[in-house]
Structures are given as structure tokens and as C-alpha cells.
Write a protein that binds this ligand. Structure first.
Ligand code: NDP
Length: 293
């Protein structure tokens, strides 16, 4: 296929919320014939003015293109929108946020209806979509053949990262990254709470905090290396016993600053459990194993 042919390949998009609208605009701007559908028709009007074909029904929108991208609120809304619609021969790309289990079930559901299926997890907020250098990308998993066939079109709004044939893997990668982000946000909240009542400008403190967090991210690779070879003492620079001695200072400081330790305490308790198991010379990597149920 020539570049010209790729640029002109058509697609359908179901869902014109904040994310769907951002995606639609990038495909229209790149010259792709785009058919759109949204439950509330009013949201399609601005896109019609920009060149999109507006379908009045989901069935009509799906019939318009082989490639059908779905970006609805949640998996239940995908079910509601697509139930009873003929998907035979379609390439269905579901960018709706889901759990790994929901994505795997949706892949089976799509196959049973004669469609190839690719799930996506969007690692961006709408203003990052189609913005050069924003770092936006989408995890994809499921049909490799579908991904390869439509890669150039899928790469228009954001970068692509294909993580495997297992349709659940995109959601799993997405949620794992978001979960780690929430842990970081929890730590950031605690840190700001500690300085809150003092004569310390949050805006002066912020770059110190941000730089420290960036410096600490190298620990992610050390943890991965230890998980990979099973030796949790390899390359340890701050062992668990030493860190736990320091935890008393963290808790005491929270008390002195009249700050609740409720965000900090669960992680420190897991470290204590490792120590009680005689693992004081290891890193904190064992916490990963403690979390497995
Ligand atoms: P919005 O809330 O802006 O839009 C939701 C969309 O889903 C609308 O088009 C809405 O239609 C439609 N919808 C909701 N319920 C149904 C239903 N039962 N049947 C048919 N359509 C339905 O959400 P976003 O566009 O921001 O998000 C879309 C997806 O993208 C979500 O899964 C979200 O997690 C994901 N995402 C969003 C990000 C963001 O920052 N916004 C970041 C990363 C991922 P209507 O207009 O009629 O209400």
C-alpha cells in the first residue's frame, strides 16, 4: 500500500465524548474519510462541519467502514451500543477503558460475531491526542494481523505500543501504569501535607519533590531485575532492616506535623511483614510477592 492510499483509508468511530472527539479531529485533519456515531447526536455536529460523515444509527456507522474504532464510556456501554449489530468481516478496535477480563471477553464476543478484535488502553488525556511531542500513546493487544493492517492509521492520533496477542494485555499494562501513578500521587499528597502548615512555599518545595521522584524511578529497573532472577539481595544499597528503622522517623514526623499516616501505613506494614519473615537483608521487592493473592 502506498502512503497516499494509507492516508485515505476510511474508518468509523463510535463515541464522541472528550476522547472520541479528540481522536476524530486527528483523523479528519490527516485526510481520512471518517464516519462517526454518537448516542447524543448533537456531539457529531461540529465534526460534520469538519468533514465527518454522520451516521444516524450504530448499524449504519459500522456498515460504512471495515475498521471500526470504539471509544465509549465503559464496557457496558460498548455492549449496549453494539448488541445486535452485524460485525461480520469487521476490524473492531476498542479504545474504551476496560479490565483485562472485560477485554478478553470482548475479544471472544467479537470473534463469535465474525470480527477481528484489538483492545486499546489510551495513555493520554484528550489535549495530548494528535499533539506532536506530547508523549501520547496507546497500548494495543489482540489480533496482530489487525494491528499490522491498520497500524499507520492507528498511529495518527498517538503513538502505538503493541503488547501481545492476549487481548487483556493492553488493559493490564494500562491499569498497572495507572495504579503505580496513584501510588505516586498518594506519596505526593503525604509530602505536601507534611509541609502544609509551615512557612514553606509549596511552589518552592515542588521542584525538590519532582526531582527526587524522578531520581528514584531507577528503582523500577532494579526491582524488575530482582524479580527476573529471584535474588532479592542482588545490588541492594538500602536493605529492608535499615529502611524499617527509618520508617519510625517517617511515622513520628507525621505525628509531629499532625498529619494522618493513612496513606503511608499500609506500605510500611508490608515492609514489617517481610522483616518478620527474616528478610532484613533484602530490598523491598518481596512486597510484590506479598501482594499476590
Ligand atoms: P466522555 O464521558 O467524555 O464520553 C463518554 C462517551 O460514551 C460519550 O460519547 C457518551 O455518549 C458515550 N456513552 C456513554 N454511555 C453510553 C451508552 N450506554 N451507549 C452509548 N454511548 C454511551 O468520556 P471520554 O470520551 O473522555 O472517554 C471515553 C473512553 O476513553 C473512556 O473509556 C475513558 O476511560 C477513555 N479515556 C479517557 C481519557 C480522558 O482523559 N478523557 C484518558 C484515557 C482514556 P453521550 O454523548 O450520548 O453521553
Amino acid at each position: 500500500m502506498t502512503d497516499n492510499a494509507i492516508e485515505k483509508s476510511p474508518l468509523t468511530l463510535l463515541g464522541l465524548g472528550a476522547m472520541g472527539t479528540a481522536l476524530a479531529r486527528t483523523w479528519l485533519a490527516a485526510g481520512h474519510p471518517l464516519t462517526v456515531w454518537n448516542r447524543s447526536p448533537g456531539r457529531a455536529e461540529p465534526l460534520a462541519a469538519e468533514g465527518a460523515a454522520v451516521a444516524g444509527t450504530v448499524a449504519g456507522a459500522v456498515a460504512a467502514s471495515r475498521l471500526v474504532v470504539v471509544c465509549l464510556l465503559d464496557d457496558a456501554s460498548v455492549d449496549e451500543a453494539l448488541t445486535g449489530v452485524d460485525l461480520t468481516g469487521k476490524d473492531l478496535v476498542d479504545l474504551t477503558t476496560s479490565t483485562p477480563g472485560q477485554a478478553r471477553a470482548r475479544a471472544v464476543w467479537a470473534r463469535e460475531r465474525g470480527a477481528r478484535f484489538l483492545d486499546g488502553g489510551i495513555m493520554a488525556v484528550p489535549p495530548m491526542i494528535g499533539a506532536p511531542g506530547s508523549g501520547a500513546y496507546v497500548f494495543y493487544s489482540g489480533s496482530r494481523a489487525l494491528f499490522d493492517a491498520h497500524h499507520d492509521l492507528l498511529a495518527v492520533p498517538a503513538g502505538t505500543s503493541y503488547v501481545g496477542e492476549d487481548a487483556g494485555f493492553a488493559a493490564l499494562h494500562d491499569v498497572a501504569l495507572l495504579s503505580a501513578m496513584n501510588g505516586m500521587f498518594a506519596g505526593v499528597s503525604h509530602a505536601f501535607a507534611l509541609i502544609r502548615k509551615e512557612n514553606i512555599e509549596p511552589t518552592v518545595f515542588a521542584p525538590l519533590l519532582a526531582d527526587w521522584l524522578v531520581a528514584m524511578t531507577s528503582s523500577v529497573h532494579a526491582t524488575a531485575a530482582q524479580l527476573a532472577d529471584g535474588d532479592y539481595t542482588r545490588g541492594v544499597v538500602s536493605n529492608l532492616a535499615m529502611q524499617i528503622a527509618g520508617n519510625a522517623t517517617l511515622l513520628r514526623t507525621a505525628e509531629e506535623q499532625e498529619v494522618s499516616a493513612e496513606l503511608l501505613a499500609p506500605y510500611l506494614a508490608l515492609m514489617e511483614r517481610l522483616l518478620a519473615g527474616g528478610r532484613g537483608t533484602e530490598s523491598t521487592t518481596g512486597v510484590v510477592d506479598l501482594l499476590a493473592r
